[in-house]
Ligand binder design. Structure first.
Ligand SMILES: CCCCCCCCCCCCCCCCCCCCCCCCCCCCCC(=O)SCCNC(=O)CCNC(=O)[C@H](O)C(C)(C)COP(=O)(O)OP(=O)(O)OC[C@H]1O[C@@H](n2cnc3c(N)ncnc32)[C@H](O)[C@@H]1OP(=O)(O)O
Ligand SMILES: NC(=O)C1=CN([C@@H]2O[C@H](COP(=O)(O)OP(=O)(O)OC[C@H]3O[C@@H](n4cnc5c(N)ncnc54)[C@H](OP(=O)(O)O)[C@@H]3O)[C@@H](O)[C@H]2O)C=CC1
Length: 515
């Protein structure tokens, strides 16, 4: 019997960010392994024309929750969507709902965040810092609370090369930052943002670091733990391999590469690709929830959920396996044949951007114009290259994260818990994982049918022929222009033509004799 699963039975659990990538997998696992849990409260806002109830309905009816429905048929009764917007200081939760949350919650998993790299500092502070502070204030008023688990990121201290499971202070206190966001106007915030984030690459990593400081400072008597996952990817095993539902991290780039838009990237092939499957993060999170509530460590423990020091893989190997999977199961209606040119050199990368990305987009837009359609490829390419430039920071460096607490926790688990809540990344076979990831992107993100693979392969063959034809035409035009201008080129051309003529005459002579 799993002790962790038994621990969550009968519990009332509050999850923020339950509609996000990690939140959904967390809920799924909780319902599947502890179907006797009392209730999961989720803080949800209406979005994209959907009410909170409609959003929950959509999640429960998704493929991800199919197994849950078998083991927990009354899952819809155990999930309680509470209207909340973390952009508001009091989360805009109704009095009645707040009362229920305060009096019933046993465990909190705080996953909500803005993960956009380019978010305005004011918004990133509100979501990743102020909302965390507010939630801690709520938690301090919950008499039945046993543990508060905060999800941060392994990159909150990406300005360092070696990162321990400790909180590194930022120069300006989070409270000062929160206060200043209230009276500074946007223009001034824009001006001071680069100074505040310092040698971090974006507002996301900076505000996640501030969020950790807030957790440490406001922890009071609460049982708190912080989890720092690295780059979270598709599921490894559970509930099935390859599940993914958003474009963050590598997923968007896999689409861009598979569709032939992205054919080169400024990346260091030997740099460690610290990817971690989302189900591994969720298993660790649930184990940490149990450990924090039951063992009540004296201080706030931080757990690194990373792969680099236990089972390292580099970007080169991953890119290679991504391409190998495209060969087996190409994406439909590709713009060009997938390719992967890695370069760590800025000038070479700019060259490839011009030749492999911008030029084909301009030519395609020219073709669209000629055929009376609206050009759009240059715009798409510009947005893609902007996205890639924001991710480049993470594929040109390697970090070392110590994992003492995570390994300690692993050794504390019973063999059954180690199996059911497996977060031992040493067991991960990267090639298999990446293949399933790419297939998952095709299936769950692009919603492409595997039956369409032969047609996709045919399409790639046609693209290859167009590519050869285009290159041949380009060569002939260039050559024609050259021989029109250069005597030397004309001499070379004359030499080649007369050589070919002699060669052909040699073979034609005996055949004429036979006739
Ligand atoms: C697994 C193997 C990887 C290999 C994959 C590639 C293989 C082949 C490639 C060929 C070349 C060579 C190979 C190279 C090998 C290296 C591979 C690189 C892998 C990249 C790894 C990424 C590392 C991420 C690091 C994360 C560190 C921190 C982790 C965290 O803690 S948090 C989670 C991470 N957060 C994010 O990822 C958010 C990032 N996104 C944003 O901030 C924003 O979306 C934005 C980039 C600023 C863009 O914002 P916009 O305002 O423009 O709007 P929008 O968000 O609506 O999106 C605009 C369009 O861009 C598309 N898009 C969004 N995200 C991505 C994405 N990640 N990749 C590609 N495209 C993306 C989106 O769909 C929109 O498209 P449109 O509608 O058509 O315009
Ligand atoms: N994905 C990754 O690679 C990594 C993620 N992390 C951390 O993991 C956690 C979860 O990330 P992930 O699931 O990938 O992120 P997602 O972007 O998929 O999910 C973010 C969640 O936060 C919610 N949220 C955002 N703004 C608000 C708001 N104003 N009010 C209420 N809810 C809000 C979103 O709700 P809605 O659906 O309404 O937008 C969504 O449920 C985050 O803390 C992130 O920092 C850490 C390392 C890597």
């Amino acid at each position: 019997m799993s002790m962790i699963a038994a621990f969550y039975s009968g519990k009332s659990i509050l999850i923020t960010g339950a509609t996000g990538f990690m939140g959904k997998v967390l809920m799924e696992k909780l319902f599947r392994t502890s179907p006797d849990l009392k209730v999961i409260y989720i803080l949800v806002r209406p979005k994209a024309g959907q009410t909170t109830q409609q959003r929950v309905f959509q999640i429960l009816n998704s493929q991800l929750f199919q197994k849950v429905k078998e083991v927990c048929p009354n899952v819809h009764e155990k999930i309680r969507a509470i209207y909340a917007d973390l952009n508001h200081n009091d989360f805009a939760i109704s009095k009645e709902d707040m009362q229920e949350l305060l009096s019933c919650t046993n465990i909190i998993f705080h996953c909500a965040a803005t993960v956009r790299f380019d978010d305005h500092l004011r918004h990133a502070v509100q979501l990743n810092v102020t909302a965390t502070q507010q939630l801690l204030l709520m938690a301090s008023q919950m008499p039945k609370l046993e543990a508060f688990i905060h999800i941060s990121t392994a990159f909150s201290n990406c300005n360092l090369k070696h990162i321990d499971e400790v909180i590194y202070p930022c120069p300006v206190e989070p409270k000062k930052i929160i206060d200043s966001m209230e009276w500074l106007d946007d223009a001034i915030i824009d001006e001071i943002t680069p100074k505040l984030i310092g040698d971090r690459p974006n507002t996301y990593t900076y505000t996640k670091a501030l969020g950790e400081m807030v957790v440490q400072q406001e922890s009071g008597n609460l049982n708190i733990a912080i989890i720092r996952p690295s780059i979270v990817g598709a599921t490894w095993q559970e509930p099935f391999p390859g599940w993914v539902d958003n474009l963050n991290g590598p997923s968007g780039l896999i689409i861009a590469a598979g569709k032939g838009f992205l054919r080169s990237i400024r990346a260091t092939p030997m740099a460690v690709a610290d990817l971690i499957p989302v189900d591994t993060v969720v298993n660790l999170t649930l184990a940490v929830g149990w450990y924090t509530a039951v063992h009540r460590p004296k201080s706030t423990l931080i757990y690194h959920c990373t792969s680099g020091n236990l089972n390292p893989c580099n970007w080169g190997k991953m890119g290679f396996q991504v391409l190998a999977t495209f060969e087996k199961a190409p994406f439909e209606k590709a713009f060009r044949r997938p390719n992967a040119d890695f370069t760590s050199n800025l000038i070479t990368s700019q060259y490839w951007n011009a030749v492999s990305h911008r030029a084909p987009a301009i030519i395609y837009d020219f073709y669209l114009r000629l055929t009376g359609r609206k050009p759009r490829m240059t715009k798409v390419m510009n947005r893609l290259l902007r996205t890639v430039s924001m991710l480049e920071y993470f594929v040109n460096r390697s970090w070392e994260w110590s994992t003492y607490n995570t390994e300690m926790l692993m050794s504390e688990l019973s063999p059954e818990d180690q199996r059911v809540f497996n977060f031992d990344v040493r067991q991960l076979n990267w090639l298999e994982y990446i293949e399933n990831y790419v297939l998952g992107v095709k299936k769950y993100l692009l919603k492409e049918d595997m039956a369409g693979i032969p047609e996709a392969k045919q399409h790639l063959k046609r693209l290859r022929n167009i590519h050869y034809l285009f290159n041949t035409a380009l060569f002939l035009i260039a050559w024609r222009l050259l021989i029109a201008r250069s005597q030397m080129a004309r001499n070379v051309w004359f030499f080649i033509v007369s050589f070919c003529y002699k060669f052909l005459s040699y073979f034609r002579a005996p055949s004429t004799l036979k006739v």
